[in-house]
Design a protein around this ligand. Structure first.
Ligand code: DQA
Length: 157
């Protein structure tokens, strides 16, 4: 299957992640979302057949829900950093669940290790319905998730 027929890999980012680079660099690193997009595009280009990366960020929970509905319909695999919504949004959990229950892939990622931080970050309401979780490795959390998707490509959805 060529990249033209494989759906894009969606890299969805929730609130405050557009501020990467200046937001708590000691916790989240100095790279921006633009830097992350470049890294992921390079990784994808180096792995035949070369799938496209569609990286998005929103401060609007409803928009993130709509993107997940889109993934359920298109079959695009998803790498998801839902930011603080991870810890309390049951609507988000339901949207992740509708993708994975339909056979789709949603990999939950975090730059930091939430379990090593404040107590409220220890709960994720999405982990139980996600395909898997990678946390604590900065941009490598996303790159490891992408490596999994690319390894399974083109069959993974
Ligand atoms: C985060 C961890 C969350 O607790 C936090 O609210 C974020 C970023 C991470 O990538 O480490 O916004 O998801």
């Amino acid at each position: 299957m060529s990249s033209e027929t494989s759906p894009s890999i969606l890299v969805l980012n929730g609130p405050n992640l557009g501020r990467l680079g200046t937001r708590e660099p000691d916790v989240y690193g100095a790279g921006t979302l633009g830097d992350l997009r470049e890294l992921l595009e390079q990784d994808a280009a180096e792995t035949p057949p070369g799938r496209s990366i569609d990286l998005r960020q929103t401060e609007d929970e409803a928009e993130l829900l709509r993107w997940l509905h889109e993934a359920a319909d298109s079959g695009s695999p998803v790498i998801l950093n839902a930011g603080a919504w991870t810890h309390y949004s049951f609507a988000l959990r339901d949207a992740v669940s509708l993708v994975t229950k339909a056979g789709g892939t949603v990999i939950e990622v975090h730059l930091s290790n939430p379990h090593a931080r404040e107590e409220f970050r220890h709960t994720s309401v999405i982990t139980a319905v996600a395909s898997g979780v990678i946390a604590g490795f900065g941009f490598d959390s996303y790159r490891l998730a992408l490596a999994h998707i690319l390894r399974k490509s083109p069959t993974i959805r």
